[in-house]
Design a protein around this ligand. Structure first.
Ligand code: HEC
Length: 193
């Protein structure tokens, strides 16, 4: 099993590094990292700030309504503020909103974060995937680093009212049962150069 993990990681790393070398590519990578970091921060801060404000003003049920009604709209809004050719989103293997389901290579990359975490490796702050000569993707792991996340992604059966509301809004919800320091998913920023 360990060997399988390492092989999967090696394959992934090779894919990530396989792109042709050159100044042009160096520039694209640097620009992807710069835009990736700033876009991911903008999205996480926007969602986090609004979620906490709603929690403070009306408790967890209010914050849940906010997240389910506004998380997507706010993500769209952040996207309109970004440079042309840049798009940000959140993905998770155990997603709540099916629109946040990872696609293609995104699944492998999320699995590699999980595998690294399980091997007690300190996660990288980000990874860059080469998609094609003009498209790169920036991945930033999202780790449960705040107990507030567990209110809606931990053992939600402790709050039957909340559990019921989540089940009603998201009948296929997979995003519970998390503990502190678990990998919750990633922010993905696609950059077209
Ligand atoms: C008040 C409840 C609530 C809290 C607290 C909360 N979330 Fe969520 N979270 C949600 C809901 C609802 C969604 C689905 C949003 C949507 O429909 O796009 C979600 C979606 C997500 C997603 C997108 C993937 C998916 O499952 O659809 C990530 C990543 C995420 N949350 C991480 C976190 C982190 C990290 C924290 C702590 C900082 C946190 N959440 C706190 C309710 C919450």
């Amino acid at each position: 099993m360990k060997l399988l993990h390492s092989m999967a990681l090696l394959t992934l790393t090779t894919t990530l590094l396989m792109a042709t070398p050159g100044d042009e590519q160096e520039k694209h990578i640097q620009r992807t990292v710069d835009l990736g970091k700033s876009s991911a921060t903008l999205l996480l801060q926007t969602l986090g700030k609004n979620m906490k404000a709603n929690m403070k003003s009306g408790g967890v049920m209010n914050a849940l309504n906010f997240c389910s009604q506004e998380a997507f709209t706010l993500t769209d809004k952040v996207n309109t503020q970004l440079e042309k050719g840049v798009e940000v989103k959140r993905i998770s293997l155990k997603y709540r909103n099916p629109a946040n389901a990872p696609q293609g290579n995104e699944i492998k990359i999320l699995n590699s974060f999980e595998n690294l975490k399980n091997e007690n490796v300190i996660l990288p702050k980000f990874l860059v995937e080469y998609v094609d000569a003009s498209t790169y993707k920036y991945y930033q792991p999202i780790v449960i680093d705040n107990a507030v996340c567990l209110k809606c992604h931990g053992n939600v059966s402790e709050n039957p009212e909340l559990q019921k509301a989540i089940a009603e809004k998201y009948p296929m919800d997979k995003a519970t049962g998390y503990k502190m320091n678990d990998v919750r998913g990633a922010v993905v920023v696609t950059v077209k150069h």
